[in-house]
Design a binder for this molecule. Structure first.
Ligand SMILES: [Zn+2]
Length: 198
């Protein structure tokens, strides 16, 4: 319960210190709508909140968060629940974002699970992580000790997501028409360093 009370008190602080003191911000956002220029695809991990890491204001970034900041390849069968793909479609086709940043991080629990075991269980997490279970990832796991493999696979996961983004026809079209750029960034929790991968 204490945690819930802290969150409600946090909202109270936001309301008094931000909402009331900056009345134009949400008034404009509610009347004009949102027009973020950037889509961030980040991990659900509680330590890597993009709004905190990138010091942005409300309305500045459109955010997708999932386990290990992964992007599945485009699937023409749209009958499944493609939450991440739906948000990518909305950001690119409707919001017309100019940049997509895949934001990975060190000490990622999702990537750690992938490195630890290649015998997938029939559950949502392992099925989701199969997106990054490529021959290249398996080779890294064979060639390096556990910590080094995790670190390399976290970076490789970013490359896989960037590559899968380009399989979406509307993303590919926007890139070729020079309306969209894709980036891969990696945040190190220990050093605080932001590495530009792509
Ligand atoms: Zn993570």
């Amino acid at each position: 319960m204490a945690n819930i009370e802290k969150l409600l008190s946090g909202f109270d602080n936001f309301y008094k210190k931000y909402f009331i003191e900056n009345p134009h911000v949400y008034k404009e956002l509610s009347t004009k709508g949102q027009s973020p220029k950037t889509l961030i695809i980040a991990c659900s991990d509680s330590r890597v909140d993009p709004s905190i890491l990138l010091d942005v204001a409300p309305g500045e970034i459109f955010v997708i968060r999932n386990v290990a900041n992964l992007v599945p390849a485009f699937d023409s069968d749209m009958s499944h629940c493609h939450g991440t793909s739906a948000a990518i479609e909305y950001a690119v086709k409707h919001l017309k974002v100019e940049n997509i940043i895949v934001l990975g991080h060190s000490h990622c629990g999702g990537i750690k699970t992938l490195v630890e075991e290649h015998n997938h269980q029939h559950n949502f997490i392992d099925t989701w992580l199969e997106i990054a279970d490529t021959p290249q990832m398996r080779q890294i796991c064979k060639d390096y000790d556990f910590d080094a493999a995790c670190s390399l696979c976290e970076r490789e996961g970013i490359r896989i997501s960037v590559s899968n983004l380009k399989t979406f026809p509307f993303v590919d079209e926007a890139i070729s028409e020079n309306r969209l750029k894709i980036h891969g960034w990696y945040f190190d929790l220990q050093t605080g360093h932001l590495e530009i991968i792509l």
